[in-house]
Design a protein around this ligand. Structure first.
Ligand code: GLC
Length: 497
């Protein structure tokens, strides 16, 4: 399926996270699986991430590659930070390079959330460029991900603009979530204090670094910008979704593209998944019933096959519309034989709302308000539907994973949700889920009831499940689109030289 291309490229992906080594959000999966798909399409790909203390050197067989990499800080008193480079392989055999630094990565228990995060990510951004100068891996393309790596593009086009090796490299910058732009938060300062993005990057230990907008700089200085779905690439040009950068994005519209995320169809496979109760495929969907029972049992709910079982897997986040979902569930659970299970931690206020819902409907609601890496699979395999009424969603991966397992998504028509789920038409029997537009309880209530009524018609439901399972968001297609973007970025740099 992955026919090697003649014009193979060397790509260096740089990020703060990449599964399986470090995984906080969806971007970690994108970095891992996109790299694999690009490599299988005949390109040479490597990934560059920090070596956090919790990444086990034994488990992943890390080896030392280079000691004493001097990364310039821009600070006169303390001009360099010393780092090491370690290396290992992803399960896909893609090469991983790790930037090791005791103070900024090794000693930290978490990936994010420190007051010196701007320094930590400036170190990563400048560190990757210094690594390339070692000539161990010289890419044609450097692919940056989210605000943490926005400064790679900035350094590349300023401090390193005349470097004989680096000046030939094209930079592509992928926005996974425009809402996070750095320490800088446009909601809390007046427009006068916005970073215009034109000054040089502040030295690592200078407080000005915290007021520089890494996201904006990534957008400004990259050759090409991409977002993780087509719809989101258009939405961010409007004040509603633009997070204060819509005017700039509109100006730069010509270099902004959208490529939808995929999933790894080998890893996510109900026919082989060892984390679910009983394996099945599109020809044995009836077997899902065993998984539904197992899921109900897991959450101490009545093992009722007639109840429509809804699932929510993911961060408890305002962006995901969890408040709307829980408010709506109050009425849904009052009126219909419906059950609801949830997995994922996050916002304290939303956790509190979940507990209240569970107290009110103990026999219909199951909650697990903590991150969990195994239970989501049982939800995909056992729930009838998953529900994502997001305020905004750059792509969203869970609805694609759910479809692969035959759980029908109920989603709001926004961002990647609207690009990956097609509203079901019971006349033509086409479509993969239930899609609504307005962000309110009435719209969501209506869709859940619609799902319930369709669920009661078994042949219709089976058709819908099959449609969902057949939807193909293989990384192969998206990798092909990325290669086109890389070529575009390369030709832009070629013209500048
Ligand atoms: C971010 C976005 C999500 C996207 C993921 C991977 O977490 O919020 O929509 O799917 O990145 O690109």
């Amino acid at each position: 399926m992955f026919a090697p291309k003649k014009t193979a490229m060397k790509i260096l992906m740089v990020a703060t996270e990449a599964s399986p080594f470090v995984s906080v959000g969806g971007a970690a999966q994108v970095v891992n699986h996109l790299s694999k798909a690009l490599e299988l399409s005949g390109n040479e790909v490597a990934v560059f991430i920090p070596k956090f203390g919790f990444i086990s050197e034994e488990k992943y067989q890390l080896t030392a590659l280079y000691e004493g990499l001097k990364v310039p800080t821009g600070d006169e008193q303390n001009p360099y930070l010393m780092c090491n480079i370690k290396t290992a392989e992803f399960p896909s055999k893609v090469k991983a390079y790790f930037l090791e630094n005791q103070e900024y990565y090794e000693k930290r228990a978490n990936v994010y959330g420190y007051s010196d995060d701007p320094t930590r990510w400036a170190l990563l951004s400048r560190g990757v460029l210094e690594f390339i100068r070692l000539k161990i891996f010289i890419p044609d393309i450097i692919h940056c991900n989210d605000w943490h790596t926005g400064l790679v593009c900035n350094y590349l086009k300023s401090d390193y603009a005349n470097d004989p090796v680096l000046s030939k490299i094209a930079a592509i910058y992928t926005i996974h979530n425009l809402a996070f732009q750095g320490m800088f938060d446009h909601k809390h300062v007046s427009e006068l204090d916005y970073d215009d993005g034109k000054s040089l990057v502040a030295p690592f230990f200078d407080n000005r670094l915290k007021t520089q907008n890494f996201m904006k700089r990534g957008i400004l200085y990259s050759d090409v910008v991409s977002t993780v779905s087509k719809s989101y690439s258009k939405e961010i040009l409007t004040p509603e979704f633009g997070e204060g950068l819509d005017k700039l994005l509109l100006e730069l519209k010509g270099k902004i593209f959208g490529i939808v995320n995929g999933i790894d169809y080998e890893e996510m496979n109900p026919a082989t998944d060892s984390l679910i109760e009983k394996n099945y495929d599109i020809n044995s969907i009836g077997t899902r019933e065993v998984n539904k029972k197992a899921l109900q049992k897991e959450f101490d709910l009545p093992e009722d096959s007639k109840a429509l079982l809804l699932g929510f897997v993911g961060r408890l986040d305002n962006m995901k519309g969890v408040d709307l979902l829980l408010n709506t569930m109050e009425y849904v659970l009052r009126d219909y034989p419906i059950q609801f299970v949830q997995i994922g931690g996050g916002d304290g206020g939303l956790v509190e709302m979940l507990h209240q819902l569970k107290n009110k409907y103990p026999k219909s609601v199951g909650i697990h308000p903590y991150p969990n890496f195994t239970l989501p699979r049982l939800v995909f395999a056992g729930a009838d539907c998953v529900v994502y009424p997001s305020r905004f969603e750059p792509c969203g991966i869970v609805q694609i994973e759910a479809m692969r397992y035959g759980a029908v998504p109920i989603v709001r028509k926004v961002g990647g949700l609207s690009d990956t789920v097609v509203d079901f038409d019971s006349g033509t029997l086409e479509g993969t889920g239930f899609v609504f537009s307005h962000f309110d309880e009435y719209a969501l209530y209506g869709q859940i009831v619609r799902a319930y009524e369709n669920y009661r018609n078994k042949p219709l439901w089976l058709k819908l499940q099959k449609n969902a399972m057949k939807a193909d968001f293989s990384w192969f297609y998206s990798a092909r689109e990325y290669v086109k973007l890389y070529e575009k970025a390369k030709s832009i740099v070629g013209k500048q030289l």
